[in-house]
Design a protein around this ligand. Structure first.
Ligand code: AMP
Length: 396
């Protein structure tokens, strides 16, 4: 029996899933939110039950301790030694990591070095790593990088057309993100296609953040996020692609500070910025259905930015065997899938199966047999990839 915990430590939160790796079942999962704030919230799911506690949790160290104590108290594990491995999601692995890595001093210093590329995330991941290392010294630790899957991009796709020295001297290039999800979903699709030697898959990861990836023969060849996760499609609060001159204009003509501009593009733009209603897709749809014009405009822009990437990647892949929808919106909104597919169906010969799209559940095909491209819904499972990589690298 080997138990592995997959951990996603954010700046003020820590999500986890504990796996029994013999059958890859999830024993328990949960989240600790608002770490460091007055009232932190600890939610854990076990045996179909949800336990929630509100209490002050000053740092990640106390959060990890509370989580591990809860596992013992509820007899989820009889001793912490049963947890043989801890897999940590790491947002930015730069060009150093094209796959997951056992965490040692060198890996720690690289994650640390890369914090300028992911200032909110990488330091938080290391805080999580240290907290688990102290609490369960016997467990091995593995870093699973969100950028690793996109390391197969060729220079012609990851180099920005600005003076080359900014790449060589300052490492400015496309890194992408959501790689663990794109890897999992594209490989599920390839299995569903019958593991052909050649395959062309477009994955649309549509959640609060969102990105599309073109996957050729199992490898990422291009992705919509860029140097940071601000690029690409419209997101809940992020603008996605933009003419960079807007930034200069906001500073020179409107007198905004550069930090405020970047914060506005990250936190006040996207669906929220255009609609003025919410960053949550459900709220924006509800408002649009009630006649809110800007909510409808936000949705229209969102869909059009997505189909622009589908078109690009269809060309880049030289055609397409399958498109997959995943993450909060991609998995749950039949409306979004139908509208997006509707916008490309004439050009790409896609025939949606409305019944499968609207009434089915979980992993499924949502196109009719005559469709030229198969469209799937694939619930993403980044935690399982993290747990599997941890098991493999630690030889558990
Ligand atoms: P994620 O970041 O993957 O958790 O996705 C969050 C997004 O998914 C939010 O914008 C939610 O509004 C959206 N979402 C979740 N469930 C649904 C649903 N049933 N219908 C439409 N959007 C949904």
């Amino acid at each position: 029996m080997s138990k592995i915990i997959a951990v996603n430590a954010g700046s003020s939160s820590l999500k986890f899933q504990l796996f029994e790796m013999d059958d890859e079942s999830v024993i328990t999962s949960g989240v600790i939110e608002r770490i460091g704030l007055d009232e932190s919230i600890f939610t854990v799911k076990y045996n179909g039950e949800k336990i929630q506690k509100k209490l002050p949790i000053p740092t990640h160290k106390e959060a990890v301790q509370l989580l591990l104590n809860t596992l013992i108290e509820h007899n989820i594990v009889s001793s912490l030694d049963e947890i043989k491995g801890v897999g940590h999601r790491v947002v930015q692995g730069g060009a150093y990591f094209n796959e997951s890595a056992i965490i040692n001093d060198d890996v720690v210093s690289k994650i640390e070095e890369l914090k300028s590329l992911a200032p909110l995330h990488n330091p938080a991941h290391l805080t999580g790593y240290y907290a688990f290392k102290e609490a369960i010294p016997s467990a091995g630790a593995v870093a699973v990088f969100d950028t690793a899957f996109h390391q197969t991009l060729e220079p012609r796709c990851y180099i920005y057309p600005i003076p080359y020295k900014f790449y060589t001297d300052y490492k400015i290039r496309k890194y992408g993100a959501h790689g663990t999800s794109h890897y999992y979903v594209s490989h599920r699709v390839i299995e569903k296609l019958g593991n052909p030697e050649e395959s062309r898959v477009i994955v649309a990861h549509l959640g609060a953040g969102g990105s599309l990836t073109a996957v050729k023969n199992g490898k990422s060849i291009n992705t919509s996020m860029g140097f940071t996760p601000l690029a690409g499609i419209v997101m809940g609060t992020r603008s996605g692609d933009l003419d960079p001159s807007i930034i200069d204009y906001l500073i020179e003509e409107i007198g905004m500070d550069i930090k405020d501009v970047i914060s506005m593009l990250n936190k006040e733009s996207g669906l929220l910025g255009v609609s003025g209603v919410s960053s949550d897709f459900r709220d924006v749809i509800e408002a649009a259905q009630a006649g809110h014009e800007r909510a409808q405009l936000a949705i229209d822009i969102y869909f059009r930015r997505i189909i622009a990437y589908i078109g690009r990647y269809f060309i880049a892949l030289g055609g397409c065997d399958a498109i997959a929808f995943t993450a909060g919106i991609g998995e749950n909104s039949a409306y979004a899938r139908k509208e997006i597919i509707g916008l490309v169906s004439e050009a790409l010969g896609i025939v949606i199966d409305d019944d499968a799209n609207e009434n089915g559940e979980g992993e499924r095909l949502i196109t009719k047999p005559e469709s030229k491209i198969k469209v799937y819904v694939i619930p993403t499972n980044e935690e399982l990839v993290i747990a599997r990589d941890t098991k493999r690298l630690l030889n558990l």
